[in-house]
Design a protein around this ligand. Structure first.
Ligand code: HPA
Ligand code: ZN
Length: 326
C-alpha cells in the first residue's frame, strides 16, 4: 500500500476545473478592496458560512455573485496563478482550465480582459509551477444559443488561445441539443469538445452530448450508472468521464462520499479521472479529493495508478507531453 502522501503526489492531469471556482474567500476580499468594491458580506466568516449548498443552482448563485470582484486582467491573472501554485502542491502536472466568458461579459468585463488575464496567468506555468496548461472556453447552457454563438465568434475573431470549448452552468432543462450549432462551429474551427452532462441531468443528456454535440469527453457523467447500455458504450469507446467527487457531495448529487459511484465506475471499466471542479467552494483541490476518497474507500495501489493514468490519457495534451507525464 502506498501511503496517502504517495497517492497525493502521483502526477495527475486536472481536466475539470473552473478557474472562477478557484477564487478563495481571502482573494475575493483582497480583489474587492483593490477594486474599491463593497461586498455584501461583513467578512470572511460570513462569506464562508454561505458555502453550504442544496443543489447546483444554489452554488451557481454564489459563484456568479463572487465573480463581481474580477475587474482587470491583473485580477484574472492573480486568480490563475493562485490556482497553479496550489495545484502544483497537489501533484497536478497538466491542467485543462475552463473559464466562463459569458459570466464576465454580462458584467461589462470584455473578452479581452478575461481571456488575456487568464492567459497571462498561465504564461509561465511550466517554468514556475511545472504544470502544462490549456484553456477551455465554457458556455453557459442556461443562456441562449445565440449568445453562445456570438461569444464563440468573438473568441475566434480575437484569436483567443483556447484549445477546446465546454458547456456548463444549470443543466436540468438545458439539454445538450440546444447547442448543436455551437459545437459544430467549434469543431469546424479546430477546437476540441467537452460538455458537462449527467451531473444533475439524466443519463440521456450524456447520450445527447455524444451523439448530437460530438463531444470527446464528458464532464461529471456520474448518472451514466443509471443506464447499463450507456455504461457499456462508454467503456467500449473509452469515453473519458471527468468525475468530481467532493463537488458531487457538496452539491448533493450524492449523499456522502461513501455513497459515491466512483468505485463502481472503476469496477465497470469506465475511463474515469478525479478532478476538483470548483475547489474553493467544494472543500478541496485534487489532493484533497484523493485523500478523502482514500479514507472512504481504501483504493488499491492499482486503482490509484489507474485514476492518475486515465487523467493523462484523457487530456487534450500532445502525445509527446502525455508520454512525459506517464
Ligand atoms: N456544474 C455546472 N456548471 C458549473 C459547475 C458545475 O459543477 N461549476 C461551475 N460551473
Ligand atoms: Zn464543472
Amino acid at each position: 500500500q502506498l501511503p496517502a502522501e504517495g497517492l497525493r503526489l502521483l502526477p495527475v492531469a486536472e481536466l475539470h476545473l473552473h478557474i472562477e471556482g478557484t477564487l478563495e474567500p481571502e482573494l475575493i476580499f483582497e480583489l474587492a478592496e483593490r477594486n474599491g468594491l463593497v461586498l455584501p458580506y461583513s467578512g470572511l466568516e460570513e462569506l464562508r458560512g454561505l458555502y453550504e449548498f442544496s443543489d447546483l443552482q444554489s452554488f451557481l448563485d454564489l459563484y456568479y455573485a463572487n465573480m463581481a470582484v474580477l475587474r482587470t486582467e491583473q485580477d484574472f491573472a492573480d486568480m490563475t496563478r493562485a490556482y497553479l501554485a496550489r495545484a502544483s502542491a497537489a501533484g497536478v502536472r497538466h491542467a485543462e482550465i475552463m473559464m466562463d466568458p459569458q459570466a464576465h461579459l454580462s458584467r461589462g468585463v470584455s473578452l479581452e480582459t478575461c481571456v488575456n488575464g487568464v492567459a497571462s496567468g498561465l504564461a509561465t506555468s511550466v517554468e514556475e509551477f511545472g504544470i502544462s496548461t490549456l484553456l477551455i472556453a465554457a458556455f453557459l447552457r442556461d443562456l441562449s444559443e445565440k449568445s453562445a454563438l456570438e461569444v464563440l465568434d468573438g473568441l475566434l475573431a480575437m484569436n483567443a488561445p483556447i484549445a477546446a470549448i465546454g458547456l456548463d452552468s444549470a443543466e436540468v432543462g438545458n439539454p445538450p441539443a440546444k447547442f448543436e450549432r455551437l459545437f459544430t462551429r467549434a469543431r469546424e474551427a479546430g477546437l476540441r469538445l467537452t460538455a458537462h452532462a449527467g451531473e444533475e441531468g439524466p443519463a440521456s443528456y450524456i447520450i445527447e452530448a455524444l451523439e448530437i454535440l460530438g463531444v470527446e469527453r464528458i464532464d461529471h457523467g456520474i448518472r451514466c450508472m443509471e443506464d447499463p447500455d450507456l455504461v457499456e458504450r462508454l467503456v467500449e469507446d473509452r469515453i473519458p468521464l471527468t468525475v468530481c467527487p467532493l463537488s458531487n457531495v457538496r452539491l448533493r448529487a450524492v449523499d456522502t462520499l461513501a455513497d459515491h459511484p466512483l468505485p463502481a465506475m472503476l469496477a465497470a471499466g469506465l475511463n474515469v479521472s478525479v478532478n476538483s471542479d470548483d475547489p474553493a467552494y467544494f472543500g478541496g483541490y485534487v489532493d484533497d479529493n484523493f485523500a478523502q476518497l482514500d479514507a472512504a474507500f481504501e483504493f488499491s495501489e492499482f486503482d490509484r495508478a489507474r485514476l492518475a493514468a486515465n487523467s493523462i490519457h484523457s487530456s487534450f495534451a500532445s502525445e509527446d507531453r502525455k508520454a512525459e507525464l506517464l
